[in-house]
Design a protein around this ligand. Structure first.
Ligand code: ADP
Ligand code: 5GP
Length: 213
């Protein structure tokens, strides 16, 4: 995604949330593949690894004791209980990516979005993705084939709770057609990158354009 201003700017903390199965991982993968300036935040979790997942890529899979140590050592920017497990965002990789001039993408729930916003307000952009319907949400969870009936039913029960936090997000999208939704997400990111409030070297440039010099 080419920028169209030459100015240095503050990094964007770009959050995608949705009820499980609405498609945020799919969109996140497409976004990362299309954008060299974006780093994914890899969370730590106590949830068991699913078939096909890779430790250190999808999540850092840790046991409860290690997770508690990480909390006690202040290693998380935010953390929360989700579906009976704990999930947290390690702060170091986020700070490293920002210091290298990259933006950071987060796949976290509404609790994480709220906590990040408390800490980094103006740098945070929150996008919520709705499924087109509950029937389609359940169909996608089944089609994904990663969860038992019991887990799918728990995810469907939790969907309404996750959806009820839609008004904590600056942007809401419906993931009906995945390519259309992806294009909207890309547009949001690009527009947010261009916001004047993020450009940190404007004053010198504007002075160079003034007649007084
Ligand atoms: P989440 O990360 O929100 O839990 P996923 O990205 O894993 O959801 O998507 C759940 C399933 O739905 C996956 O099998 C994915 O391929 C499929 N999917 C995602 N977006 C769409 C879409 N727009 N139309 C149909 N299927 C989709
Ligand atoms: P899953 O188990 O399907 O990978 O993720 C379950 C939920 O946990 C998703 O809504 C996902 O966005 C959320 N999640 C993943 N990592 C984090 C995290 O670090 N913090 C918070 N608050 N939520 C997370």
């Amino acid at each position: 995604m080419a920028g169209s201003t030459p100015f240095k700017r503050r990094g964007v903390l770009f959050i995608l949330s949705s009820p499980s199965g609405a498609g945020k991982s799919t969109i996140a993968r497409k976004l990362l593949a299309s954008d060299d300036n974006l780093a994914m935040s890899v969370s730590a979790t106590t949830r068991p690894i699913r078939p096909g997942e890779v430790d250190g890529v999808d999540y850092h899979f840790v046991d409860l004791e290690r997770f508690r140590e990480m909390v006690a050592a202040g290693e998380f920017l935010e953390w929360a209980h989700v579906f009976g497990h704990r999930y947290g965002t390690p702060h170091e990789p986020v700070e490293k990516a920002l210091s290298e001039g990259r933006d950071v993408l987060f796949d976290i729930d509404w609790q994480g979005a709220q906590q990040l916003f408390q800490q980094a307000g103006g740098d945070v952009v929150r996008v919520f993705i709705f499924p087109p319907s509950l029937t389609e949400l359940e169909r996608r969870l089944r089609e994904r084939g990663t969860d038992s009936d019991e887990v799918i039913s728990a995810r469907m029960d939790r969907a309404a709770a996750e959806i009820s936090h839609w008004d904590g997000y600056e942007y809401v999208l419906v993931n009906d057609d995945v390519d259309a939704c992806f294009e909207s997400v890309k547009t949001i990111l690009q527009a947010e990158r261009l916001k004047r409030s993020r450009q940190t070297s404007l004053i010198g440039f504007v002075r160079s354009l003034s007649k007084q010099g």
